[in-house]
Design a protein around this ligand. Sequence first.
Ligand SMILES: [Zn+2]
Length: 423
Amino acid sequence: MYSIPISDPRIRELITWYLRTLQKAIDIIWENIEWRYRFPRIERRKRRQVVIIPSKFKVPELPKSRSFKRKLRDELLLDCPYAKHWVDAVIRTAYSIIESWRKRYLRGRARKVKPRVKKRFARCKITLMKIDYKAKTIRITLKPGEYLVISWRAMWYEYRVEGWRVGEVILKDDRILIPFKSTRIIEVRDVVAWDSNELSLDGFSPRIGFIRVDLKPLQSMKITYERKKRIAQSKDLKDIYEKYVVRERNRERDFINKLTSGLTRLFPNTTHVFENLEKEDLIRRKKTPRNRRKRNARTPWKIIHKKISEKAIIAKVPPKDTSRNCPRCGYVAKTRVGRVFKCPRCGFELDRQKLASINIYLKYSKMRGFPHSNDLEEAVKGELWVGVTPSGRSPVIWIPMKRDPEGSEAKERGLDIKLYQAQ
Ligand SMILES: [Zn+2]
């Protein structure tokens, strides 16, 4: 969402009318809601009795008949100095406000109170807009024959949104918000499976081989702040402690932002596969020593996964046995000790750090039904809509990857694996 500053008394007037009419529409729809009783329902499922609805309660049904909508429209048109489509825009917004109230109400998150519009805005309809992508202008119809023309030419984001489509604009008192959408359909061609470790992010992709991303700067930063916080705490300096908390969080966010944009830029059109760490926690709790768990907890994996998911397609696989499964023959080794994994059954050897990422990749392939052969070229087709972040993004500095292209080549399980020696 990008904005164009504007100062036009006509917009303020329009918004005032819009809000008045919107509240009126909400009032009328609200009065016509039908409250139906829903009664407790008990079903038998798998020989057990299951209560679907626990008790008798009232469910709001919104009036949706065509005749009601026509009446509502006629009523609102009585006081409309603007183009008729503005009334349609109002009606649609009114329905969506009440609909979202209804959903919250049914989940027990809202009370039976009529929604009130407080924020000053007016949502336009696409039928009121004429977009000229060449001239980079949007003409908004206010009244029949009266227009407002705005342009995103010479705005700082002009080239960033090149080729993107304009969605329905939102009018504010002092600015107009334009949602730009990239309509490119991105063909997902590659897969990178990531093993989330304490000091590194270890990846495997059949196209590239092993990838290693260094997380030491993040860890050392966090250790430094842990020490600082501990000292502040021991001296009972609350303000200083809070300051460190905020600084640590900001620096962590900054690091993660740079990391994730770097990764998604380095591996475009890629599905990123991770282990489902919530489950891992449950499985490994008893087996992992306490200090090890603490170190793992230090790495903000959930935030990293979430950030990547905002920029690329991600997939998750169950974490069971990824660090002790033999990728060649499928044997599950008993122990997890030693730097090098050696399969007792087939003799396959691999650096343990790399083992998990290749197992995660194979698990994902199995899930997707890929053959474990040379057919890995088989393209995965996904559809991705790239949105624009509200505040824009600052330029990104890529954290250098330590990678040495020298290394041995191995052909395992029909995969063409290039082994890169990570430092
Ligand atoms: Zn084996």
